[in-house]
Design a protein around this ligand. Structure first.
Ligand SMILES: NC(=O)c1ccc[n+]([C@@H]2O[C@H](COP(=O)([O-])OP(=O)(O)OC[C@H]3O[C@@H](n4cnc5c(N)ncnc54)[C@H](OP(=O)(O)O)[C@@H]3O)[C@@H](O)[C@H]2O)c1
Length: 226
């Protein structure tokens, strides 16, 4: 499992994706601080997470805080907020020196279903925007293609892989290690940060699959000897 114990601040930790990932990290020994624009809302969600951790041997701790306070107490920051308002929020946080993991998917929905939004004229992604806004942070992309309902479900590990992209080997290793809390095996190094342009909109395909087959699909990478 993970080599280091992290304190992970989850920005947007009251939503299903942040709550679910935070729960998985805490279940496997990391400490999490669920962030919110309203600290009380985050504390209530942390109570829900803690209720699921009481009987888990070796679990880490979970608590709630305002987003900025959550960041201050963490070495790793997970961005789990909607793309709308993402840039303003990221710019407002003190992220210098932190490892920042973005699972943000810029998606839109119309009568033909989900589709990826164009970021920076097709030459960008939410993760790259976060890096540009916070040049002294190490931003990586991961967990884009993991479905929130599965994270909050009862399966010990999800039968899928987490693909991690980033320009820092050390930053990617943090997400690769944390991925083991979700899948039971390390995340897969998927290359440079700009490839978040592929991972983010790909979730639209998974949403289409989910609708067609009434499931929570994920990605499994073949050809690897884990
Ligand atoms: N849901 C999934 O299955 C899934 C899967 C993969 C990736 N993702 C990605 O993960 C991210 C979070 O997904 P989600 O479904 O958990 O989202 P969500 O429920 O819509 O939002 C998560 C939290 O973000 C905060 N928030 C909302 N608007 C905000 C704004 N303008 N500024 C600051 N904070 C705001 C809210 O927390 P407070 O009100 O408490 O501040 C909210 O509870 C998205 O980018 C999504 O694309 C989701």
């Amino acid at each position: 499992m993970s080599t280091s114990r992290h304190t992970v601040a989850v920005i947007g930790g009251t939503g299903p994706q942040g709550k679910g990932l935070g729960y998985r990290f805490a279940r496997h020994g990391h400490d999490i601080v669920l962030g919110s624009r309203a600290a009380g809302k985050a504390s209530a969600v942390a109570d829900e997470v803690n209720a699921r951790l009481v009987s888990v041997a070796g679990a880490g701790t979970a608590r709630g805080a305002a987003n900025a306070d959550a960041v201050a107490s963490a070495d790793v920051v997970l961005l789990a907020v909607p793309y709308d308002g993402h840039d303003e929020l990221v710019a407002s946080l003190q992220l210098a020196g932190k490892t920042v993991i973005s699972c943000v998917n810029p998606l839109a929905f119309d009568k033909r279903g989900a589709h990826g939004r164009v970021v920076n004229g097709g030459e960008g992604s939410a993760a790259e925007s976060a890096q540009a806004l916070q040049p002294e942070a190490v931003v990586v992309g991961a967990f884009h293609n993991v479905a929130a309902p599965a994270l909050w479900g009862d399966e010990e590990f999800l039968d899928e892989d987490v693909i991690v992209v980033g320009d820092s080997v050390e930053g990617k290793q943090v997400a690769i290690d944390l991925a083991a809390s979700v899948t039971g095996r390390p995340g897969v190094d998927g290359g440079k940060l700009r490839l978040a342009r592929v991972l983010e909109p790909f979730t639209a395909v998974l949403i289409s699959i989910n609708r067609k087959y009434k499931t929570h699909s994920g990605i499994r990478v073949t050809g690897l000897d884990h």
